[in-house]
Write a protein that binds this ligand. Structure first.
Ligand code: NB4
Ligand code: NI
Length: 185
């Protein structure tokens, strides 16, 4: 099972390296990694397991974070309608996106960043994405809200981008026009 000790932290070069496309059919090793990444998120959202193994809560996890340069990430979260979104995206792509942007009003964090970095992380408000499932099926989805934000945060990891790269250095809480806030603050 993936524990916090398996999650690499900022400064590790793999976080700044572009991950490579995964070939199909997945090797047993790649399949195991995909399963382990999703299981981490499920475990981290279970209070007892998270407490027992000292896991930081997560709704997304990218392969770079467990020192693997494979283009895959796991998401496990509820969307605004309370629908569970739980899958591993392989070779994910954003095929189109809104002009409008969004940002989490309380900012973003990252399991690979052991410090708070305040500021708004602007992302596309709505995205149309394509990815392969671990079984080799192509999926196309339209995402908005937290699923859209999380998908972009994870895809950034596959391209060596960290969330704070997107925070305005001069004015971290800059209000960009044509953007809608996500969250209560
Ligand atoms: C990825 C997220 C940062 C912003 C927003 C949020 C949490 C992460 C990082 C967008 C994607 C991990 C991977 C949470 C969390 C809300 C839902 C359900 C019950 C607890 C869980 C907590 F844990 N970010 N952590 N950070 N990243 N919401 N939730 N809750 O997931 O580094 O690249 O269980
Ligand atoms: Ni992250």
């Amino acid at each position: 099972m993936i524990l916090m000790e398996h999650i690499i932290r900022e400064g590790h070069p793999t976080l700044r390296t572009r991950a490579e496309e995964v070939t199909f059919p997945l090797s047993a090793e790649d399949r195991q990694l995909a399963d382990d990444m999703l299981q981490y998120l499920i475990n981290s959202q279970d209070p007892e397991i998270a407490e027992k193994y000292n896991l930081r809560g997560g709704i997304g996890l990218a392969a770079n974070q467990v020192n693997s340069l494979k283009r895959m990430f796991a998401l496990h979260l509820e969307d605004e309608n309370g629908e569970l979104l739980s899958f591993v995206a392989v070779n994910p792509k954003i095929v189109s996106h809104s002009v409008e942007q969004t940002y989490i009003t309380s900012g973003e964090g990252c399991l690979s960043v052991d410090r708070a970095v305040p500021g708004y992380v602007y992302r596309y408000a709505r995205i149309t994405v394509k990815f392969m499932t671990v079984d080799g099926e192509e999926k196309k989805m339209r995402l908005s809200g937290l699923p859209a934000i999380a998908f972009q945060h994870e895809l950034d990891h596959l391209n060596g981008v960290m969330f704070y790269d997107r925070i305005d250095e001069k004015d971290p809480f800059i209000q960009l026009e044509n953007s809608i806030p996500f969250g209560r603050d």
